[in-house]
Design a protein around this ligand. Structure first.
Ligand SMILES: NC(=O)c1ccc[n+]([C@@H]2O[C@H](COP(=O)([O-])OP(=O)(O)OC[C@H]3O[C@@H](n4cnc5c(N)ncnc54)[C@H](O)[C@@H]3O)[C@@H](O)[C@H]2O)c1
Length: 345
């Protein structure tokens, strides 16, 4: 039996997804401890979270083992949700060691501290990028699809999945209860429906906020990378999951994990949406005729990536509430309008 989750260490909690998780957990009465270097996160996000409950923030690398051990002891941490990472695929191709050092290296140091302090529950932000370029026979993507990443970002994450599996095996030979879950996210989008936290990346690499910035007049049109794919409208298809739905998947698995579990779930809606369909959605939601500029394909962009959510639905009872892309885009648009300069607005 694992203890009831009540004190959660959230790495990367000043970032986009980690701040949404922190808000959700604070509101449910959990004690939240955030570790974030603020390399890409925002102190303003931390300040926005403070009124919502028992929050401690430490500006530190999640691989700083002595700080992690101290926080686990002082805050009686029973669960780690590990969001901290760099996640720009293109950058990872040009600066692979930055990704291996941070995404893999710091994660391994975090895991060493977690094992040393016998924290029983670990939930890892993995990614559909660990599947690489699945062939058509693997679409929609199930958890059984072979993991064969095609860039250092995906590989840096897969290595952590492997380290977690080995950590669990070692724990089984000890009297230390341990369980983990790898949540392999598809494309995360949208913002908290009441606008308390939101998405602010610099540089922004995600399609929906890029389109919304164009709608705000903060950039010229949006380049469509590849218009000759074998998809109905020739553009790439992705699976967009609302950030609040994604966080509900974390909460569900946190409560479901039992000692000895090593679980993996894809988190996506199961619906594929093309780049042109995103542009159309942005035009409908904002009322602005955002220009789409046809461009060349990018290397390593699979034509279609979308999820089969059967496993997480069957085992955790999770399904996405935001199924319409316009509803997802609308929450992102609301936040961006209220924060035209991001968190510094
Ligand atoms: N956004 C997506 O669509 C998506 C898709 C798949 C997986 N993911 C994963 O979700 C997680 C969160 O993504 P996000 O979009 O919120 O990114 P983000 O950049 O908004 O947040 C990441 C946070 O982690 C912090 N950080 C990075 N390395 C750190 C370290 N070593 N120690 C402490 N803090 C560190 C950054 O300062 C930042 O605040 C990442 O692990 C990412 O790989 C995201």
């Amino acid at each position: 039996m694992l203890p009831e989750p009540s004190s959660i260490l959230i790495t990367g909690g000043a970032g986009y997804i980690g701040s949404h998780a922190s808000l959700r957990l604070l509101e449910s009465g959990c004690r939240v401890t955030i570790m974030d270097t603020l390399a890409l996160g925002h102190m303003e996000a931390i300040e926005a979270l403070r009124p919502h409950g028992d929050l401690e923030f430490v500006q530190a690398d999640c691989g700083d083992q002595s700080t992690v051990c101290r926080l686990i002891r002082e805050r009686s941490i029973d669960t780690v949700m590990h969001f901290a990472a760099f996640c720009d695929v293109n950058e990872s191709v040009h600066h692979p060691l930055k990704y291996y050092a941070n995404n893999t290296g710091s994660s391994l140091h975090l895991l060493m501290a977690v094992a040393a302090m016998a924290v029983p529950r670990f939930i890892f932000s993995s990614t559909c990028a660990t599947y690489g370029e699945p062939d058509a026979s693997h679409l929609p993507i199930t958890e059984a699809c072979p993991q064969a990443p095609i860039n250092p970002y995906g590989h840096s994450k897969l290595l952590v999945e492997e380290a977690l599996s080995a950590t669990l095996e070692a724990a089984k030979h000890s009297d230390r209860p341990f369980a983990y879950a790898n949540l392999r996210y598809f494309n995360v989008a949208g913002s908290d429906a009441t606008g308390r936290v939101g998405e602010d990346h610099d540089p922004e690499t995600h399609l929906i906020p890029i389109c919304l910035k164009a709608a705000m007049g903060r950039r010229d049109g949006v380049t469509i990378f590849g218009t000759d794919y074998e998809t109905p409208d020739g553009t790439c298809i992705r699976d967009y999951v609302h950030v609040s739905d994604l966080i509900e998947a974390h909460v569900a698995v946190m409560h479901a994990l039992e000692a000895g579990d090593g679980r993996a779930y894809n988190v996506g809606t199961g619906r594929g949406v093309s780049v042109r369909e995103i542009l159309e959605s942005v035009r409908r939601v904002t009322g602005v005729d955002v220009t789409g500029l046809d461009g060349a394909r990018r290397e390593g962009d699979p034509p279609m990536l979308y999820n089969d959510p059967s496993k997480i639905t069957a085992e955790l009872g999770w399904s996405a509430k935001y199924m319409e892309i316009d509803d997802i885009v609308a929450t992102a648009w609301d936040w961006m309008q209220a924060h035209p300069e991001g968190w510094s607005s």
